[in-house]
Design a protein. Structure first.
Length: 397
């Protein structure tokens, strides 16, 4: 039976980033890391109009810079130089600008396929090995780690198992890790759109009584749309013809980017806040969407996961104990507790605040947007949260 120091279950963006954050220190310590992933990465990047994207905060850029990956990622990263926040039918607006914050960009939008390709190519195969395509079907706790059963019947033992297998983690449920869930009674329509006017690096957050929407800049005059609507209304929009969908979207978003000319394939995702009650156990850590899945409108979910990855890597590489030591994992959890609570709360409250039709709440939030635009300290705090700079961004090892 083979044994690894760390087994990362889920080789997606979060799992692969954790392997990258650990690999230099792991090589120096003689650790063996195994990534277990059901979907094999492609041999090469294939551009697609409909590719899904992620918004990377400026803090996440700093993490990837320290890992030596930003040069390759940036080849297809579109900079967010300004964020325009507005409330449909009301006068309150706020504008966040990179130049006012002293940074080259507030964040970046990157196609997931390109980001994944950059991460996989950055892995040191002398330290990180793949089990792919493969799935873990069972996990058995041992005194000194975990025994994993794979879908081909083979077994792997490890000092530390890391669950990074997504928000619908079956292994999390199998291990009896309960979750707190809060349905939003909303679904997100995800699609890419083309506009007649260049976006110029602008991202738009627009709040409506039916739910918030965001348009994020992409290369080639495209923008990534995240449009949240309630219940059956989201399904109705999904089933409209392209022309009817664009007309309705234009009526809600307006003409800040001129005419909306083309929409790609639309996908629908029911939204709910999910938080795992336990993120660490002896020889076990839970990260990524398996630990916390947030509303996408504030773009904070992946960036929070990257700060978790950074903190977990620092904790493991900074400890003299064997990976899997419970005290080390508890210290990591305590370090991230405040950041997670702040980010989850920020995302949740923004979603609730801007999804209500109550006229008194609407009046208050518009005054808040005006105040945000007029009060530099409040605006700077908001901008730092959006950039993922509310916490320390150093990385050891």
């Amino acid at each position: 039976m083979s044994r690894a120091t760390l087994a990362i279950i889920g080789g997606g963006l979060v799992g692969a980033s954790l392997a990258l954050a650990l690999q230099a220190g792991a090589k120096a310590r003689g650790w063996r890391i195994v990534l277990i992933e059901p979907f094999a990465p492609g041999d090469s990047y294939q551009p697609s109009y409909d590719a899904r994207s992620s918004a990377l905060s400026f803090g996440t850029r700093q993490i990837y810079q320290r890992l030596g990956l930003w040069t390759s990622i940036s080849e297809r990263a579109e900079a967010i130089r300004q964020i325009h926040v507005s409330d449909q039918g009301h006068f309150g607006t706020a504008r966040l600008k990179a130049e006012q914050e002293g940074v080259p960009a507030l964040g970046y939008v990157v196609e997931n396929a390109w980001l994944g390709q950059c991460l996989w190519q950055g892995l040191d195969r002398s330290v990180v090995s793949w089990h792919c395509p493969a799935e873990v079907t069972a996990m058995q706790p041992l005194a000194d780690g975990y025994r994993l059963t794979l879908n081909d019947g083979s077994h792997l033992e490890c000092d530390l198992a890391v669950l990074a297998d997504g928000g619908r983690s079956g292994l999390r449920e199998q291990l009896g890790i309960t979750v707190r869930q809060r349905p939003y009674d909303q679904s997100a329509i995800i699609a890419n759109v083309s506009t007649s006017a260049a976006h110029g690096g602008q991202a738009f957050e627009r709040f409506t009584e039916q739910g918030p929407m965001a348009l994020l800049p992409l290369p080639e005059h495209r923008s990534a749309l995240v449009w949240t609507r309630k219940g059956m209304d989201a399904q109705r929009l999904l089933e409209l013809s392209d022309q009817a969908f664009l007309r309705e979207l234009q009526g809600v978003f307006g003409y800040r980017l001129g005419a909306l000319r083309h929409v790609g394939a639309r996908q629908l995702y029911p939204l709910l806040l999910v938080e795992a009650e336990e993120q660490v156990r002896p020889h076990l850590a839970v990260v990524g969407n398996a630990a916390h899945a947030l509303h996408p409108i504030a773009g904070q979910g992946f960036n929070l996961s990257m700060r978790d990855v950074q903190a977990l890597a620092e904790a493991l590489l900074g400890s003299a104990a064997t990976p899997g030591d419970f005290a080390t994992l508890q210290a990591y959890r305590e370090r991230q507790r405040a950041d997670q609570a702040l980010t989850v709360g920020f995302s949740d409250q923004v979603t609730h605040l801007f999804s209500t039709s109550d006229p008194w709440v609407a009046a208050g939030r518009n005054l808040g947007l005006l105040g945000l635009d007029l009060l530099p300290p409040a605006k700077r705090w908001f901008a730092r949260q959006a950039m993922g700079l509310g916490t320390r961004t150093g990385l050891q090892g």
